[in-house]
Design a protein around this ligand. Sequence first.
Ligand code: NAD
Length: 373
Amino acid sequence: MKIAVLKEAAAGERRVSATPETVKKFIGLGATVAVESGAGATASIADQGYADAGAAVASRAEVLADADIVLGVQGPDPDQLPGLKQGAWIVAGLNPFGERARVDRYAALGAEALAMEFMPRITRAQSMDILSSQSNLAGYKAVLDAAAEYGRAFPMMMTAAGTVSAAKVFVMGVGVAGLQAIATARRLGAQVSATDVRAATKEQILSLGAKPIFVESVKGIEGEGSGGYATEMSDEYKAAQAELVSSHIARQDIVITTALIPGRPAPRLISDAQVASMKPGSVIVDLAVEAGGNVEGAVAGEVVERHGVKIVGHKNVASRLAADSSALFARNLFNFLSAFWDKEAQRPVLDDEIGNAIRLTQGGKVVHERLLG
Ligand code: NAD
């Protein structure tokens, strides 16, 4: 069983899908590991680190030759998989909806493509969940990015020269990223408030010492769909939320938006008029910018200024903390493959619950129900 670790080719991608720690663990299971030369450089891992852990460090073609499992952070370009073995697994964050044509190409190559972002949100798969591990770091980094763009301090400071007041931070969307953003902003001394469509988040917001801002007037809405994800809200709810947010947002210094709805464009939470209502010098970080954006005027990959307010739209925020995000991503992959490791077969054998959830292609065909029809 040979595991190949590729150097990421996507623009701006700094992460790597294995670390010396996970290489050692795979070898401990009985696998051999080959790492493409330079794969870890942008995550501060030298080739020697992989070699010391027992991996063969080699060219892409050598790494791919006879590989049974190909690991990536993002899905590799199908044109860049020379000599891929029939039936080889490609295990990565494959962005199946955004890169739908690529999924067809994996099928044509005879590969079995496994999309890690489709991992079901069940207790036993928590340690395999790349969305959680990466969102957590993105939520943390979003607050630091906001602090770096903000021309003022976060904590209240009483100095001999006078008092600096605490920044007011509002977090919209309290999933994994939002919770970490609340905790990080609190650690920096900000006054924090937060909102979500899922009523269950109210208690979580309170437990982190922040103030929940919720639409109470529209009845019968829990906002929670399958797997703990949000559902699309009614027009009535959206109108009530926009009104509540409008009055609150005008008093905020920093807004962090993280709202996503799986398989759909991100909900629009902040209009241009709401941006204009904020004080000059305020900062908005839109973590959903690559999914269409929560904020009107946000531009993916840029920091733009509208009405004196900076709107931060960094792409791939987890990758901006490449060493930690790689370490966690690599452990997610190891936890996944090792949980299904069959000692006799000397390879992972998936069960139906997880296999059917993440398998996109098999036997030359696209097989995932969410991609068919
Ligand atoms: P996500 O990234 O899909 O969305 C971020 C947040 O935005 C969510 O909290 C969502 O409710 C919110 N949102 C969506 N539309 C909104 C709107 N119009 N206004 C305000 N907020 C809006 O979510 P996530 O971070 O992946 O987490 C979703 C849930 O899944 C959480 O409860 C999390 O704890 C849970 N979870 C479970 C597991 C597991 O059991 N294995 C793993 C990870 C997360």
